[in-house]
Design a binder for this molecule. Structure first.
Ligand SMILES: Nc1ncnc2c1ncn2[C@@H]1O[C@H](COP(=O)(O)OP(=O)(O)OP(=O)(O)O)[C@@H](O)[C@H]1O
Length: 244
């Protein structure tokens, strides 16, 4: 496995007096898909907020591409090559598909925006077909693809993507995961959070199990998939259910 592009070490932080991250530590190898799984409330989204500078840490260190990026601003993190696709729908419904993609790059100086938009559309044939339509007319899966396309305009090295499969049909989930795999094959590192644990681990290189703000397991995704303890860790046996 390649060297880590991202390392988080002993992260401690939360909301007000509430501590959510309790010494979270893991590394993400370059050009892999790494998926974080864990029960509701484990702190998965909070880790992403910490990495993307949306949550000030009380302790810990985040290194990216050999550089300390702890508590940097979002602008600085975007410039460093990290982008973040949050949970839920985050598009501008009234604007066209193309215009939504363009917004991913407008703040950047000195980039060839039309070329980057074309490169993003090349990866998403459905978006190309509908590029002049209002984004509100896209299906849920296409809207998620639009968010991913927009996030690529700054040519990130690392994409943080939080539960991309929520609300999507199994076919759209598979299409979205296919896109993540093709990005990985182009050298982009993907760090994903997924409740749809089995499907996500099946396309991942590394799995991380987070519980109560602590890393319980980091291993090859295949080993996590086959680990009998995972069902128990999932409080309700999410893995067992999906395996049934
Ligand atoms: N802005 C906030 N203010 C206060 N508490 C919050 C905030 N965001 C999250 N929390 C709390 O922090 C804890 C961890 O939340 P987080 O969203 O990181 O968990 P998660 O593992 O991503 O869960 P899920 O799988 O349900 O999305 C939860 O108890 C949640 O209620």
């Amino acid at each position: 496995m390649s060297d880590p592009i991202l390392s988080v070490h002993n992260l401690v932080g939360g909301y007000g007096k509430m501590t959510i991250l309790n010494g979270t530590t893991f590394s993400v190898p370059s050009a892999t898909i790494t998926t974080i799984i864990g029960p509701n409330g484990a702190g998965k989204s909070t880790v992403f907020k910490a990495i993307f500078g949306l949550l000030k840490l009380r302790e810990g260190k985040i290194s990216f591409a050999g550089r300390d990026v702890t508590n940097l601003s979002q602008r600085a993190l975007l410039n460093a090559g990290i982008c973040y696709v949050p949970q839920g729908r985050n598009i501008f419904p009234e604007l066209s598909v193309r215009h939504n993609i363009e917004l991913g790059g407008v703040a950047a100086k000195g980039i060839d925006l039309p070329t980057r938009i074309e490169a993003a559309l090349d990866l998403f044939p459905a978006l190309r077909r509908k590029s002049t339509q209002q984004a509100s007319t896209l299906s849920g899966g296409e809207q998620k693809q639009l968010e991913i396309a927009r996030s690529l305009l700054l040519e990130p090295k690392l994409v943080l993507i939080d539960e991309p499969s929520i609300g999507l049909s199994p076919l759209m989930v598979q299409q979205t995961f296919d896109i993540l795999q093709s990005l990985r094959d182009r050298g982009v590192t993907i760090l994903m959070i997924e409740q749809n644990a089995r499907s996500a681990l099946e396309i991942s290189d590394i799995g991380i199990v987070l519980e109560l703000g602590q890393t319980r397991m980091v291993d090859k995704a295949e080993r996590i998939l086959n680990d009998p303890r995972i069902g128990q860790l999932f409080l309700g046996g999410a893995m067992e259910e999906s395996a049934a």
